[in-house]
Each structure stands twice: as C-alpha cells, then as structure tokens.
Ligand binder design. Structure first.
Ligand code: ADP
Ligand code: MG
Length: 618
C-alpha cells in the first residue's frame, strides 16, 4: 500500500490556560457544587455562605424557590413543595409509591407528573431548577466561562435515570462533561485512584438512601464490582424514629399536616445535635400541640434505631458476598453522606471492618469534591491525574494530506492498546512533518475533534515518498494517549501525550456517531475529492518543476500546450469538483507525455555519462 503523506508543520500549539469546570453532587436531600482552584477542590457556597443546598423546590403562582428558601415554606405549603425529587428521576408512575409524597402525583405515561401552582412538572424540570441554582452559585465565584460539569449519580442508576439527569442539566443550560458514579467520585476525592490497586468499600448513608459499593482499582481503573443498599433507608428514617418518640411525649393527636412537618423538623434537629452531644434536652413550645419537655441520650437513640443500623450491616455483608470478598480483604472504607456523621454508624462500621475509616473529608462534601476533580481533569487542567476510562469511545487517528483522517485505533478498542502505521513525506527535501492527532468517526479532519499537534523535525532531506515515518499510538489503562513518530532510517523521533476524550460526553459521542453513519456516503465522496486534490496538486507541482528544469527540450508550442493544461488544472481545483479535477489531470497527463519521454532520455544520457542521478524522477 502506498504510504500516506503528511505536510510541513505550521505554527506551534496554544499555551496552556486554566479552564473552568465544576463538579455537582445532585443529591436526594442536599446538592452541592464544587470546583478546583489552584489545584485544590473546594465547595462553592451560596450568598448566605451555605454549602449544602437542600434539594427542595417550591412552586408559587409566580415564583420558584430552591434550597433553604423552599425548606422554610415547606411547612406551610407542603403540597407545592417538592423534596426528594431524585427518587422520581427516570421513573414511571407505576414505579413509584405515590403515597409517600405530600404532593399530588399524576400518571403522565412516560413520566410522573407533579401538580404545582405552576402546573404539572416533571422530575427533570424540578431537578433542572436545583441545577440552575447550583450553576448560578458557581457563576458568582467563577467569572470566566465554565466549560462544563461532572454530575454524580448513584452507581445503580439505570440508563433512563442517567438520561433524565442529563436532560435536567441540558434544561438548566449546563454542559455535562460526564456523569460519574457517586462512589467513584468519593474514591477520587480520597485520592484512591492514585493507589496501584485495591478493594474499597464506599458506605454512603444520605438523607433518604443507603448505598454500599465495592470498587476494585487496578492500574488506575475503577470498577464497581458490587452494589447493594436500600433506596428507602437514610437519615429520614432516623428522624422518623425520633418523631415517634416525640409523639409519645405529646398528649394531643398530631393529625394536621403542618404540625407534623414542624415536629419532623424538630426530630431532625435533635438527631443532628446528638452527633455533637451525649444528650439533648427538649423544652419546646409547639403551638397547637402544647409544650414538650423531654430528654434523649445517644444510648437511648442507639437503642431506638438499632433495627436501622442492622439493615446497613446486612447490606454490607451482602455486598461483600457478591464481590466474593471478606471484610478483612478491604483496603479502605470511605464514609459518605451526612448520616455517617452519627457516632453510632461510625463505631458500627469501624468494628465491622476492624480498621480506621476514611472519614476526614466532610461526608456530605466528598462526592462533590471528587466530581470537581474529575471535571478539572476532563477539561485538561491536571495532567497527572487519571481518566476513568476503559474503552476508547471514538476512533483515534491522524491527519494526512488533503485533510483526510487516517484511523489508527478504532473505537471501542479496550485499553491498554498500541497500534502503529507508516507514513511518508509529501515534498522533496521535506525535513519536518506535522502530526495532527484527531478523534472521531468521520473521514475529514474538519468533522473530527482535534486533540493535539506536534512536529517531527530532523528528517533527512529525501525525495517525496522516500522517507518512512512510523507513527505509533499508545493508550494506557488510565486512558492517556501518547503518540510517537519515528523516521526509520535515522531513528529521529518526537512524541506527545494527549488526553483522548477531553470534553466529550456520551451525548456528543452519540451525535458524532450518528452523523458518521448518516454521512457515510457524503464522507466517501469528500474523501475521494480530497484524495484527487492531493494528487492534482502534486502533479501540478511536479510538472511545473520539470518545466523549469528542462524547458529547453521543448518547442514554444509544446510549452504553451503544457502551460495551458497546468492553468486549467489549477482552475479546476478552485471549482472543487472531483470529476472536473480528474479530467484536467488526465489532460495534463496527455499534454506532458512527450515531454516526459524527452526528460527520461536526458536522464539516461546523464547517467551514462556518469552524472548524478540522485534526483531522477520517473
Ligand atoms: P443525600 O446524599 O441524600 O442528598 P446527604 O449526604 O446530604 O444526603 O445527607 C443528608 C442527611 O444527613 C440528612 O438526613 C441529615 O439529617 C443527615 N445529617 C447531616 N448532618 C448530620 C449530623 N451532624 N448528624 C446526623 N445526621 C446528619
Ligand atoms: Mg449523597
């Protein structure tokens, strides 16, 4: 096969700039946004210096409130306030327990409709309101463009739930760099991705959900090997335990929805206080419900909630069993979720795994921090960190003459992989070559994503097509691509490291793939046109050079004939039609046949008389 040709390098690449990206933990109870600044991930607080934004949305006739503001109104207007909307994401009416919501839910076929003062809302729309709020918070801290966000989802989220999360982001005007699993984000925040290998447990007890995930790390690649948990177990259940206990101390029956809500908030406050102190004294006036006076100790609380703690231990056992691992084989236990602050949970898990827990990062911030680190890496700021990739989502290749892509590694190749191909120079005496690395399924460079450019210098001057340059692509397990080019006769080489999936989300990948299928025919034509253009240009240059060298062999009339054919070929290049260019190439070929013969004779004569033949062209 003929070697493909690559042109001379142009200008150098752009200097490195910091690119802004955010990480979002879109939680059932609370949501957070974080970013990496000066190499450190930090949570971005709202205007009231609050870092945790309650995932609660209130719809008024002409206002939408999100977060703390919505929580304040929740007690007065529970029916128009939506909490725990994450549970409805990607779900149909038949999948949900409508009675567990104070809202009026409606079967909308593909999704669950939520009645509000502003009409029927879907979970995607409600989540988009939360995301908009987080985006606004981020914009207050980051003045420059924000390229996109990494949003976390539970490891067990299915396609529909993941898609719903993406749709919500789209609605909020957020570019999703990638969705990553919450346990993976937590592991990244603890820097576990920098370890060589190990098995880690991510224990996540949030407001309304409990997830336990076991991750296996090997050579920079995380794999979720087991997940377990309970989508109906979390801090809310511990609140409910205290609520029950509280109602036992009240004579009046609590049948009013607002009064119940007030009591619920009190229960939650008591629970959180018990994390700080051994006992909580309640001496509270509750409007219609009268006065309440009682005392709750940590031990009493532990007793009341023992059945809940047992559930977490049981699920942990099951996850270990699924993963075929013993508790003693676990290299680290990461505590995630606000409810893991409860001393009861900490001591139980520490005893279960018989080791110190990874709990020094705030358990409600850890997921967002890890997401921010991933986002930072995906936009290309941190080259020392790993990409969490296992296959190549799109093909990798390089630009050849005529802006055509030559694929080197096909999409979906599993990592690690190394593949190479030989190329050659385009011009006589060419001493440098531009290697332009691109990613995509289309045939023309302009339709693919440009990843990097570098040049191979010091190629010994040779006739076009004589040099042999081997270009090797290598992608290692952590998704890092390195490209090297080597001229085989001299051994000179150059190389570069590239991040192959920078800024591409699967949605974009999908669109790019779809267009490559739809446009396959058009691509074939574009490729053929590009190829014929390269050939025509080469032929034009060659004839022009020959004419300058050996014009004396021809009569004026012959020269004129060739010049006209040359000019016509050049014009046809402007018209950019393949058949026309081809026709003029054929004409030039005819017009130069006699000339070529004369030149050949001259070369042979020169050779016979011992003159140099190095630059002889046939
Ligand atoms: P989610 O991931 O479901 O959005 P979070 O991780 O933010 O939830 O956890 C929220 C839960 O954490 C709530 O039930 C809250 O009461 C509980 N929580 C937060 N701080 C504490 C604390 N100091 N002690 C006990 N529970 C806490
Ligand atoms: Mg969470």
């Amino acid at each position: 096969m003929a070697l493909l040709q690559i042109s001379e390098p142009g200008k150098g690449t752009l200097p490195h700039q910091h690119r802004n990206a955010i990480g979002i933990d879109l939680g059932t109870t609370n949501s957070l946004v974080a970013t990496v600044q000066s190499g450190v991930a930090r949570i971005l607080p709202d205007e009231n210096h609050k870092q945790l934004i309650p995932s609660v949305v209130h719809y008024d006739a002409n206002a939408i409130r999100v977060g703390e503001e919505a929580v304040t109104i929740q007690e007065q207007d529970p029916i128009n306030t939506i909490a725990s909307v994450k549970r409805l994401m990607g779900k149909k009416f038949t999948d949900v327990d409508a009675t567990s919501y104070p809202n009026l839910l409606k079967d909308e076929g593909n999704f669950v409709g939520i009645h509000t003062k502003q009409g029927i809302k879907s979970a995607v729309e409600v989540s988009a309101e939360i995301l908009k709020k987080l985006k606004d918070i981020a914009a207050q801290h980051i003045k420059d463009d924000i390229l996109g966000a990494v949003i976390t989802v539970p490891a067990y989220f299915d396609d529909a739930q993941r898609q719903a999360t993406k749709d919500a982001a789209k609605l909020a005007g957020i570019n999703v760099l990638r969705l990553i699993n919450e346990p993976t984000a937590a592991a990244v925040a603890y820097g576990l991705d920098k370890e060589v290998e190990g098995h880690y447990v991510i224990f996540d007890l949030g407001g309304g959900t409990f997830d336990i995930s076991i991750l296996r790390l090997s050579k920079g690649l995380f794999e979720v090997i087991a997940t377990h948990g309970d989508t109906r177990l979390g801090g809310d259940d511990f609140d409910a335990v205290i609520l029950d206990w509280l109602t036992g101390h009240i004579d009046t029956k609590v049948d009013d929805v607002n009064a119940r809500q007030a009591l619920k908030s009190l229960a939650k406050r008591i629970k959180e206080q018990l994390t700080e102190t051994e006992t909580v004294v309640i001496d509270h006036s509750l409007n219609k419900l009268g006065h309440i006076k009682a005392e709750l100790s940590r031990d009493a609380f532990a007793h009341l909630s023992a059945h809940l703690v047992k559930k977490t231990v049981d699920a942990t056992r099951l996850a270990l069993k699924d993963a075929n691992l013993l508790a003693s084989e676990i290299d680290g236990v990461v505590m995630v979720g606000g409810s893991t602050r409860m001393p009861l949970i900490q001591t139980t898990m520490q005893a279960f795994f018989n080791q110190d827990l990874l709990n020094d990062i705030n358990p409600d911030e850890v997921v967002a921090l890890g997401a921010a680190q991933q986002a930072n890496m995906l936009v290309g700021n941190a080259s020392d960190q790993h990409l969490l990739l296992d296959v190549i989502p799109l093909s990798l290749g390089i630009e050849t003459m005529g802006e055509i892509v030559e694929r080197i590694i096909p999409r979906n190749s599993t990592l690690p992989i190394a593949m190479g191909q030989e190329f050659t120079t385009y011009k006589d005496g060419q001493t440098a070559m531009m290697i332009h690395v691109v990613q995509g399924e289309r045939d023309l460079v302009g339709d693919c994503r440009s990843l990097a450019k570098f040049s191979l210098k010091g190629i010994p001057p040779m006739v076009a097509g004589a040099a042999k340059i081997r270009v090797t692509f290598q992608v290692d397990t952590d998704g890092l691509l390195s490209v090297s080019a080597q001229e085989l006769s001299t051994g000179v080489q150059a190389s570069i490291e590239v991040k192959p999936s920078y800024g591409l989300d699967s949605e974009q990948i999908k669109t790019m793939l779809e267009s490559s299928y739809q446009l396959a025919d058009q691509d074939k034509e574009s490729r053929a046109l590009a190829e014929v253009r390269v050939e025509a240009l080469q032929m034009h240059d060659m004839v022009e050079k020959a004419l300058a060298q050996d014009k004396d062999l021809l009569a004026a009339q012959e020269i004129e004939k060739i010049s006209v054919a040359l000019e016509r070929l050049k014009q046809s290049l402007d018209h950019n039609r393949r058949d026309e260019i081809q026709a003029h190439m054929d004409q030039l070929n005819d017009a130069t046949q006699f000339f070529a013969q004369l030149r050949m004779d001259r070369s042979i004569q020169k050779a016979l008389t011992g003159q140099e033949i190095k630059n002889m062209e046939l």
